[in-house]
Design a protein around this ligand. Structure first.
Ligand SMILES: Cc1ncc(COP(=O)(O)O)c(C=O)c1O
Length: 412
C-alpha cells in the first residue's frame, strides 16, 4: 500500500480548516524563535507569576483528588462565586445555573458563536479586534462585519458606525472593553448607545470583559451587560488569564441567559466535557481570596505603560489612547514602511518582537506592544527602537518589503 502524498492529505482537510497560510503573527513568532537577544512584546501572556495563594490552593486540590470530571458547567461553589462577582461588580442578578466554566475565555468565544450563529448570520465587531473572534465567527458559518475604529476617537467604536452596519442578517454585537489590541476603554455614554442599538434592533450581545481590572486612565470600565435591559440578551465572557496571571491554567467562563443554557451544553460538552478540575479549584481561590494581588499587578502595568508612553512620545509613536488592557497600540514611525514590514525590521535589526495592527484587522500604521515585561526590558525595547529609527533616518538599515498579504485577518 502506498502512503498518500503530503498534498493529497492536505486536500482531504475540511474546507473550514484548510488553506490558511500563516498570518503575520505566526510568521513573526517563527522568525523570533530561538533568537537569544529577543525583547518579547508579542503575545498577551503576563510575565508575572500566578499569586502564591492560588498555587497553594491548586496543590491542595490535587492532593484532595481534583483529578476527575466535574459537572459540565463547573463546580457549584465556583459558579456561586462567579454569580456573586456579577452581583457585586455589575449589579446583575445572576443565578449559578447560568454560569459555565470553560477552558479559557477562548473556549467561551468559540462556544458562544457555535451556539448562536447559523450560516450567513452577521456579527458586528470592532476593527481591529482580538482575531479569534472573526475566526470563531467564520468557523460557525457567520459573517464578521467589522466597524473601523480610529485614532481620532481613541480607537473607541462609534455607535453611529455600528448602527449604520446593522442589516436584516445582523444577529450579534460584540463589545470588548478594554479592547485588545488597542487598549481602548469604551466610555459609559458609548456603552449606553451600544446597548440602545442592541435593544432597538433586537440583537444578541457578547460582552467580553477579560481586561476589566486593567484601566489606567480616563473613564472606568463598564460592561455592556450591566446596561439596563441588556443582561437577558447578553452572553458575558470573562476569565482568569489576565486578572490573576493564569494563562496556562486555561480557565475562563461565560454567563448565559437561562433559555440558552441547554444549547450551550450541546457545544461545550462536545468540546471539553468540563473545564479542568484543578484549574477550577485555583479559580475559586482567585475569586474568594485576597484581591490586593490584582491591584498590585494593575499598578505594575500602569507604571510600565508610563515607561512605554514616555519612551514612545519623542519617537513619534504615541499610544496615549491605549487606556486599558495589557497593550500599548503605537503608531508605526513615519518612513514609508507598513506595519508588518516595520515589525520585521524591528525584529531582525533590533531584536524586538511586536505585532502589526494588521494582524488584528485592516488598520495599517500601528503596532501592538505589551506591558508584559519588566521595566528594564521595556526601556531596552525603547532604546533599541530609538537606535533603529535613528539608523533608518541616516539610511543605514536594510528595508523590508512585505512578503505577502499582511492585511489578512485569518490565521492569527
Ligand atoms: C479579548 C480577549 N478575549 C479572550 C481571550 C482569551 O483568553 P483566555 O482563553 O486566555 O482566557 C483573549 C486573549 O488574549 C482576549 O484578548
Amino acid at each position: 500500500m502506498t502512503l498518500p502524498s503530503e498534498n493529497a492529505l492536505m486536500a482531504k482537510a475540511a474546507r473550514r480548516a484548510a488553506g490558511s497560510q500563516p498570518g503575520p503573527r505566526e510568521r513573526l513568532l517563527a522568525m523570533a524563535q530561538g533568537r537569544r537577544d529577543l525583547v518579547n512584546l508579542g503575545r498577551g501572556d503576563p510575565d508575572l507569576p500566578t499569586p502564591p495563594h492560588i498555587l497553594e490552593a491548586a496543590k491542595r486540590a490535587l492532593d484532595d483528588g481534583a483529578t476527575h470530571y466535574t459537572h459540565w458547567q463547573g463546580r457549584a461553589d465556583l459558579r456561586e462565586a462567579i454569580a456573586e462577582k456579577c452581583r457585586r461588580d455589575y449589579g446583575l442578578a445572576v443565578h449559578p445555573d447560568q454560569v459555565v466554566l470553560t477552558a479559557g475565555a477562548q473556549e467561551a468565544v468559540y462556544t458562544a458563536f457555535q451556539t448562536l450563529l447559523d450560516p450567513g448570520d452577521e456579527v458586528l465587531l470592532a476593527d481591529p479586534h482580538y482575531t479569534s473572534y472573526s475566526r470563531a465567527i467564520r468557523l460557525a458559518g457567520g459573517v464578521p462585519v467589522a466597524v473601523p475604529c480610529t485614532e481620532a476617537r481613541a480607537f473607541v467604536v462609534d455607535p453611529a458606525d455600528v448602527e449604520a452596519r446593522v442589516s436584516p442578517r445582523t444577529k450579534l454585537l460584540v463589545v470588548v472593553t478594554p479592547e485588545n489590541p488597542t487598549g481602548a476603554v469604551i466610555p459609559p455614554e458609548a456603552i449606553a448607545a451600544l446597548a440602545d442599538i442592541a435593544l432597538r434592533h433586537d440583537l444578541l450581545v457578547i460582552a467580553d470583559d477579560i481586561y476589566e481590572r486593567f484601566v489606567y486612565e480616563g473613564p472606568p470600565h463598564m460592561s455592556v451587560a450591566s446596561a439596563p435591559g441588556l443582561s437577558d440578551r447578553t452572553i458575558m465572557i470573562n476569565g482568569f488569564s489576565k486578572t490573576y496571571a493564569m494563562t496556562g491554567w486555561r480557565i475562563g467562563y461565560m454567563v448565559v441567559p437561562r433559555p440558552l443554557v441547554a444549547a450551550v451544553e450541546v457545544i461545550k460538552h462536545t468540546l471539553t466535557i468540563c473545564a479542568p478540575a484543578v484549574s477550577q479549584a485555583a479559580a475559586l481561590a482567585a475569586l474568594t481570596g485576597p484581591q490586593d494581588c490584582v491591584e498590585d499587578m494593575r499598578r505594575t502595568y500602569a507604571h510600565r505603560r508610563r515607561v512605554l508612553l514616555d519612551g514612545f512620545e519623542p519617537l513619534g509613536l504615541g499610544g496615549r489612547w491605549s487606556r486599558g488592557a495589557l497593550y500599548v497600540y503605537a503608531r508605526v514611525p513615519s518612513g514609508g514602511l507598513g506595519a508588518y514590514e516595520f515589525c520585521v525590521t524591528l525584529l531582525e535589526q533590533a531584536g524586538v518582537l511586536a505585532f502589526p495592527g494588521t494582524a488584528f484587522g485592516s488598520s495599517d500604521g500601528y503596532i501592538r506592544t505589551t506591558l508584559l515585561q519588566p521595566e528594564e526590558t521595556l526601556k531596552e525595547a525603547v532604546s533599541r527602537m530609538a537606535a533603529l529609527l535613528q539608523a533608518t533616518a541616516q539610511g543605514r538599515t536594510r528595508s523590508h518589503r512585505s512578503p505577502s498579504r499582511d492585511s489578512r485577518m485569518d490565521g492569527v
